[in-house]
Write a protein that binds this ligand. Structure first.
Ligand SMILES: Cc1cc2nc3c(=O)[nH]c(=O)nc-3n(C[C@H](O)[C@H](O)[C@H](O)COP(=O)(O)O)c2cc1C
Length: 163
């Protein structure tokens, strides 16, 4: 398979990529609020549990992952990001409430902006889906009348693998 306007064979069909691209809505601009995206390939929020510990700090691994996926005029939705230790509910998810976390995010946003891309951050607080074992014993905020059921995944509660 060749790219850059050369003929691309896909199964029995073949298309010229330069001719085909302008007709594809996927590769046409779209307005997202004040941002003009060059194309519509938007990366969805994907928790990777790769923040540095302790501290839930966006580090080199997250920087590499996001930078690899940044593109000119493209949009990345970052993974869900905690707004406080009391809202921490997923081990390894990054936060954005400490100075170290903000500094880590600034490295990532700078790299993405450097490639001409955009990144939005969905902020989260896990509320009743969290647990005191994840929040350094701060009680997660939740409405008192709504209780949660089920379990929360975290390393300390996972049984060791056998075999
Ligand atoms: C591994 C994984 C991690 C995800 N992490 C987040 C997340 O942090 N925040 C969020 O809003 N959605 C998250 N999602 C949901 C994806 O964004 C969602 O699957 C994607 O938008 C596609 O939508 P669909 O699953 O309804 O087809 C995650 C999904 C997967 C598979």
């Amino acid at each position: 398979m060749k790219t850059n306007g050369e003929t691309v064979a896909r199964g029995k069909a073949s298309v010229n990529t330069q001719q085909a691209r302008p007709t594809q809505p996927l590769f046409t601009p779209v307005q997202a609020g004040p941002f003009t995206l060059a194309h519509r390939v938007v990366m969805a929020a994907l928790t990777r549990s790769r923040s540095e510990q302790p501290g839930d700090i966006p580090g080199d691994l997250m920087l590499e992952y996001c930078t690899q996926r940044a593109s000119e005029g493209g949009l990345i939705i970052s993974e869900a990001t905690s707004i406080s230790i009391a809202g921490r509910g997923w081990f390894g998810a990054p936060g954005m409430y400490s100075g170290e976390q903000v500094a880590g995010w600034k490295r990532i946003t700078s790299a993405i902006h450097g490639k001409g891309g955009y990144i939005f951050s969905p902020l989260w607080h896990e509320g009743r889906s969290s647990h005191v074992s994840m929040t350094t014993a701060q009680h997660p905020w939740r409405h008192p009348s709504i209780r949660n059921t089920g379990s929360i995944p975290q390393p300390t509660l996972r049984p060791p693998m056998v075999g």
